[in-house]
Design a protein around this ligand. Structure first.
Ligand code: IPM
Ligand code: MN
Length: 358
């Protein structure tokens, strides 16, 4: 089969890690007889430097015309002083919105070989961790009305959290569908003891749950959820939450795995189209130094093959190759934890995983 992929390397280590993921994909193409056609476009700081805008229309057009998007990371200190709507991060938000990617899927799992990397005690983490966070991605406070005004206590700024029933329904459905393929548990996270938008969230998720009688639904307030994630992470299967709470909780969950450099993500809309990216950021301090861990991006490609292209065998082949890399004792610096392991750089990691594709 033939697929068109838009590649947005972005900033910092983005180009380092996407390069390795493309290597792995090309190998998959060779072994399984597919053609992956890549077109690289700019977004974020890289686009600001070249075109003076963080998200050129051409980038959106190329992404829309492709079957899937592979994104590295955006942002860096160089562009931090720009106004909010011109920062590299605005490119990411703009891409999500213009591509209609309302569902952000962030698995937080621990590879068996890395169980000791978790900062939680072994009796808490148990034999591992396997949570999926389903984060609403194109609504809520990130995209709500915002402004500035004068108040008695001086100048003020505000951002509005607003969710419609339609927005809540579609993200809840994604979470329940996912739970059906897993342990059949959904934890919906809100702040309905305080927020009106959260009360609508809770009510709507409860309604959607009626269509999934086999799935156990539990509601948590976000403050409690963040505590429960540390206290007993294995009580969770699928977590369904808003844009802002999902942003925060997914960073927390990723740290529980001990290796944010390993975690992939998918941003999906209704069809098969999706944007795939590592959960980690652009890490400008190690950019271009052959130090970045490309595994999160390589696993993002594995998600792309499965969720957008329905290439299940091929997707599995990538996961197996990553497992073998770890099994043979290879580690990038971020996951080595002082163990006597064979430390590999970005390029060597990509090469080894590529060579383990079968
Ligand atoms: C993420 C990031 C982004 C977000 C930033 C870079 C805009 O933190 O993907 O989690 O807040 O969504
Ligand atoms: Mn985040």
């Amino acid at each position: 089969m033939q697929f068109k992929i838009a590649v947005v390397p972005g900033d910092g280590i983005g180009p380092d890690v996407t390069r390795e993921a493309i290597k792995v994909m090309n190998r998959i193409g060779k072994v399984y007889g597919h053609t992956f056609e890549f077109q690289t476009v700019l977004a974020g700081g890289a686009a600001i430097d070249t075109y003076d805008e963080c998200l050129p229309q051409n980038t959106i057009d190329v992404c829309k015309a492709s079957d899937a998007v592979l994104l590295g990371a955006v942002g860096g200190p160089k562009w931090d002083a720009l106004p909010g709507n011109q920062r590299p991060e605005a490119a990411l938000l703009g891409l999500r919105k213009s591509l209609g990617l309302y569902a952000n899927i962030r698995p937080a799992m621990v590879f068996e070989q890395l169980a000791s990397a978790s900062p939680l005690k072994p009796e808490i983490i148990g034999s591992g961790l396997d949570i999926v966070i389903v984060r609403e991605l194109t609504g809520g406070i990130y995209f709500g009305e915002r402004g500035e005004k004068e108040t008695e206590l001086g100048h003020a700024a505000y951002d509005v959290e607003c969710y419609s029933v339609g927005e809540i329904r579609r993200i809840a459905k994604i979470a329940f569908e996912m739970a059906m393929k897993r342990k059949k548990k959904v934890a919906s996270i809100d702040k309905s003891n305080v927020l009106l938008s959260s009360r609508l969230w809770r009510k709507t998720v409860t309604e959607v749950a009626e269509d999934y009688p086999e799935v156990e639904l539990k509601h948590f307030y976000v403050d409690n959820a963040s505590m429960q994630l540390i206290r007993d992470p294995n009580q969770f299967d699928v977590i369904c939450t808003t844009n802002m709470f999902g942003d925060i909780l997914s960073d927390e969950a990723s740290q529980i795995t001990g290796s944010i450099g390993m975690l992939p993500s998918a941003s999906l809309s209704d069809g098969s189209f999706g944007m795939y990216e590592p959960v980690h950021g652009s890490a400008p301090d190690i950019a271009g130094k052959n130090l970045a861990n490309p595994i999160a991006t390589i696993l993002s490609v594995s998600m792309m093959l499965r969720d957008s292209f329905n290439l299940v065998k091929e997707s599995k082949a990538i996961e197996n190759a990553v497992s073998r890399f770890l099994e043979e004792g290879y580690r990038t610096g971020d996951i080595a934890r002082g163990e006597a392991k064979k430390i590999t750089g970005t390029v060597e990691t990509g090469d080894l995983i590529t060579s383990f594709i079968e």
